[in-house]
Design a protein around this ligand. Sequence first.
Ligand code: TMP
Length: 263
Amino acid sequence: MTRRRRIYEGKAKVLYEGPEPGTLIAHFKDDATAFNAQKRAVFEGKGVLNNRISEYIFMRLGEIGVPTHFIKRINMREQLIRQVEIIPLEVVVRNVAAGSLSTRLGLEDGVQLPRSIIEFYYKADALNDPLVSEEHITAFGWATPQEIDEVMQLALRINDFLVGLFLGIGIRLVDFKVEFGRLYDEEGQMRIVLADEISPDCCRLWDIASSEKLDKDRFRKDLGGVLEAYQEVARRLGVLTETRPPKGAGPVLVATNPTGKPN
Ligand code: TMP
């Protein structure tokens, strides 16, 4: 195999130069970090699962018209993506109180929020990704007001779609984090597209029947069974190759929300 140029290494992924200009290869690692990398571990096979899960979700989102950086999966751990200029914001959408929101506002974990809430965190490891407002974002030029509007609209569309997708497989989508990038076409026109990944690393996913956590909180809170939880999400989405082929295998319906209320 020819040596590829490494463009960037993050906590969970490495980005390599792609085969064509304007493309990159995203390599999903088995490394897990939490609390700004103060806690670290390796879960053998996590990268493979996240590659598959993220591929599936990005493809489904693409089908409903959400523009993404995803082009195609290349192998077990890698996908071909479009190179974008990442907007330096972690965009968090919350449906249910949990994590830092519960801590910050003194809410009880698991309480349904009055409506979906979007939060922005400035991507800066040295500052521990601080919560910021639209005022900070526009004043410091991280994104324009128009870009913020577009990002918020996309984030809510993604949330609506994912809430339904996960509900259909017996999972409550508590919250998730996404990132967006600017994609320029040949004429220099810019489009905002969904970038990075959507996987149990960056979502809170609770099993509806048992309330069991099926996401990275298992690692953050030392609950054990991290890989098993990710496998369960992949299995329910129908993307585990051991059990069924990845193409054409839709979500496996296992339960509906017993309350009948939207998540
Ligand atoms: P939080 O409650 O810790 O703020 O997390 C909100 C959501 O964002 C949760 O689904 C986990 C995800 N997340 C990341 O993907 N990366 C991060 O660095 C943090 C802090 C949270």
